[in-house]
Design a protein around this ligand. Structure first.
Ligand SMILES: C[S@@+](CC[C@H](N)C(=O)[O-])C[C@H]1O[C@@H](n2cnc3c(N)ncnc32)[C@H](O)[C@@H]1O
Length: 193
């Protein structure tokens, strides 16, 4: 079994770590200062949060809207808050935000309304949650703060970049994976001035 497979729980109410989680972690891990205060937005199983807590040893908090995800993530020992994106947190609380958001383009007629849907459904454009995060992220970041964001070609990555730039971020692509049949996944680094 792979190391990612070792981590996966059988809880079908929670998004278990997959190739997208691993891609994000791989590209951001070496960029995190051990002194950093980090928020994993939509922490799910807590996989990324716990890995960054262990190495490089950052101070990590997770947030998720799904109570089952909060329970699984909290079992890793990472402090977890149930809430909507960055809403529970005070101004300038973090140096780094990390997010693997729900990004699958989904029309209302096929929405099921269960917890796994919350993990996957990005609204008709795939950018619904991503846009809300981009519009609110700066409020909880300290000066010089950064966001590491997993994006998919299914969302139209140029539109994601435009939204980030309109919120004052400079955008750099750190890496991508073209090996999936229907999408390309990329990791973006968003930096504030
Ligand atoms: C694709 S999963 C990623 C989980 C985990 N970060 C990973 O990479 O394996 C997206 C997660 O975001 C959570 N989520 C969706 N909308 C949210 C919101 N508005 N606020 C907080 N969490 C949210 C979902 O419950 C889900 O756990």
């Amino acid at each position: 079994m792979s190391r990612l497979g070792d981590w996966r729980d059988t809880n079908e109410l929670v998004y278990q770590p997959a190739e997208d989680s691993q891609l994000l972690l791989t590209h951001l891990r070496d960029r995190i200062d051990p002194e950093a205060r980090l928020l994993d937005v939509g922490t799910g199983s807590g996989y990324i949060a716990a890995k960054l807590r262990d190495d490089p040893g950052a101070t990590v908090v997770g947030v998720d809207v799904n109570p089952h995800a909060c329970r699984q993530a909290a079992a890793t020992g990472v402090p977890v808050v149930r809430g909507d994106l960055v809403a529970p947190f005070a101004t300038a609380s973090f140096d780094v935000l990390v997010c693997n958001p729900p990004y699958l383009p989904t029309t209302p007629d096929v929405a099921r309304g269960d917890w796994m849907e919350h993990a996957l459904n990005g609204g008709p454009s795939g950018r619904r949650v991503t846009n809300r995060l981009l519009d609110s992220a700066a409020s909880v970041l300290r000066p010089g703060g950064r966001v590491y964001l997993l994006v998919s070609s299914l969302q139209d990555i140029d539109r994601v970049r435009d939204r980030a730039e309109s919120n004052g971020f400079a955008v750099t692509e750190l890496g991508r994976d073209d090996s999936f049949p229907f999408e390309t996944l990329s990791v973006l680094e968003l930096t504030t001035g």
